[in-house]
Structure formats: C-alpha cells, structure tokens
Design a binder for this molecule. Structure first.
Ligand code: FE
Length: 333
C-alpha cells in the first residue's frame, strides 16, 4: 500500500513538472474571425510549443465578457478590429500598458495607442470604389467631394451604425471640426442613391448592379469580390492624395489587465507584429501589414501605392461619440 502511494505521488509530481515545463499556453479572445487567426496560431505553436487557446465572437460581446469576468478572466490577449473598438477596450480599463521595444519598433506610432495598451496588427484602407462603366476616375478627388452635385443619386454608403464609418467621420472631426464635417456628411446623405447598406459587400454589390456609381468601403471587401470575379466592373480610387490622405484603420490587440499568462501573451503579440508573421496576418484578409518593413500581398499591392492619412488612429476613439451624434443630426442612418 505504501509503495502504491509513493508511486502515485511520483506520477503526480512528474505530471505537474511536465505541465509547467512543456504546456505554456496563452488564451486569446478574438473579434477577428477564426479563419484569419487560426493559421497564425498554428504556426506559432509549431515554432514555440506554446499552446494558443482562443474563442471568437463579436467585438462588443467579447469586451463585455472580459469586463464581467474581471480578475478571473481567462483571456490573456484581446484581438479586435477597428481602432475605435481598441480605444474603447483601453478606456474600459481591460488592457494593460506594455513596455516592449519589439512592439514599438515594429508598429508605427500612429497605428498604436499612445499609452501602448494596444497595437495595430493590420491596416485597412477605407477608400472610394467606383463603377468603371459609369465613372471616369478623373471626376473623383476626395471623400468631401462625394457631396458634390454631380454625385446626386449616385452615392452608396454602409450604415452609420458600423464602427468603420464612425471612425471615418471621427477622423474628419479631428481634422476640420464638427461644423465643417457635419456639412460634408449632410451633403453625402443628400447624394445617396438608396438607404445605407448593412455591409460593405452589399454596398459593393449595389455598385456592380448599377444602383449607384461610387461607394466608400474597406479595400479587402473589394479584394474578396475581385478574387471571385476578376472581371469586376469596379475599381479602387485613392482619395485625398493632395490633402489628408486615405483613411486608414487597423485590426489589432492588447494584453488584458488580468492576464494570467502575461509574458506568453506579450511574446505572442510581439510575434504577430514581427516580419515573420505580418505578411500572413495581413494577406489572409487582403489587408496591409502594420509593420512597414513587410510588403503587402501582390494582389493587394496591385491596387497601387497611395498616401495614407498619418493621423494616430486612437483619435477615432476620442471622437467616436461626437461622430455618432453628428451622423444622427445629419440624417445619416
Ligand atoms: Fe470588416
């Protein structure tokens, strides 16, 4: 009997030892979709042996869950899309400031939180797409000019409820103040071909169908349709090249305040920002790498070079509430 006890105690000790020696792990809550992160996590586990456990869900729901779980949250790393959402998570106090030279070296200052609580990992450009059969690109110039008389009944927009448009309008408020921005948003509303759509894809499909001629969307939605149909009658236009530049947004992440595996979470975030991971992170969703030493996917690069707006994307969060109210006043549904 005594021997048996000794043996099982030894077995327990070995089990405990191997758990600590081999099974380092990190838990991720991700609003970035599973097919966009799973291949990266797999590669990371193969390389480091660190297990990556994850759940995916909507940005708002995951944030609420982290808040509700409080100090007991299993989440070490929170990944989400849109700087407005990242900013919101930081404001809610669920992320911690990181002191990582690798992250600040890899990610340009305008694509991360000034307090280093979150870091952009991919860049999405929200730009103008037009129907080539109906529009000469020489007619296009800026986001603001989509309010010109000539686009009456021809403009296609996604709903103002989507954070992407809230960020776009927030960036305009940061640049030109509320009065000027409100006049511009009103002029867009007056030019709408039909009521705003629930998704970027539906907005583009309306441009293909000729419901309207010009649309404002994120480039990767255009890329997805282009992959399915290389003969798309649509093309990308880069607006504001002589002024503020194309509106840039990010997907990104931060380490939670109550991370149980903080050092593992930091290491994973650092790796996601590295040359090794950035190409794949961006190309899986046809986005641009946040790390500017990494080239975009050839399909994405084929859309041409452009000047992006260098504004710190954290501004989109700061002006988000103002943007929502402003769009409501302007009648932008
Ligand atoms: Fe999206």
């Amino acid at each position: 009997m005594k021997k048996l006890v000794t043996l099982s105690l030894a077995a327990l000790l070995i089990a405990a030892w191997s758990a600590s020696a081999f099974a380092s792990e990190v838990v991720v809550y991700s609003a970035r979709k599973e097919h966009l992160i799973k291949p990266l996590f797999k590669a990371y586990t193969n390389k480091t042996g660190t297990k990556v456990k994850y759940i995916t869900g909507k940005a708002g729901a995951l944030l609420e869950r982290i808040k509700a779980e409080g100090a007991n949250t299993p989440a070490d790393l929170f990944l989400t899309v849109d700087a407005g959402n990242l900013w919101h998570a930081a404001e809610e106090g669920v992320l911690q400031s990181l002191d990582s030279k690798e992250l600040t070296d890899n990610i340009p200052a305008n694509l991360r939180d000034p307090e280093n609580r979150w870091f952009g990992l991919s860049v999405r450009a929200r730009t103008i797409v037009y129907n080539k059969n109906e529009v000469d690109p020489a007619e296009l110039s800026t986001y603001e000019a989509l309010g010109d008389e000539k686009w009456k009944g021809r403009l296609l927009l996604r709903t103002s409820k989507k954070v992407y448009n809230q960020s776009l309008v927030a960036s305009m408020i940061a640049e030109k103040g509320e009065a000027e921005t409100e006049a511009i948003v009103k002029s867009w509303v007056e030019n709408l071909a039909v009521a705003p759509f629930s998704s970027d894809t539906k907005t583009l499909e309306a441009a293909i169908a000729g419901v309207g001629d010009v649309a404002v969307v994120n480039t990767y939605y255009f890329g997805r349709l282009l992959k399915k149909n290389p003969d798309l009658p649509l093309a990308i236009f880069w607006p504001n090249q002589k002024t503020t530049g194309v509106h840039m947004n990010v997907s990104g992440g931060g380490v939670t305040k109550h991370a149980k595996n903080k050092s593992e979470a930091v290491k994973l975030l650092e790796w996601l920002s590295s040359d090794e991971a950035q190409g794949k992170f961006a190309s899986l969703n046809m986005e641009y790498p946040a790390n500017d030493s990494v080239q975009p996917d050839p399909l994405v690069a084929a859309w041409g070079e452009f000047k992006g707006n260098p504004m710190n994307v954290a501004k989109y969060g700061e002006y988000q509430a103002a943007a929502i109210k402003l769009m409501d006043r302007a009648g932008y549904k």
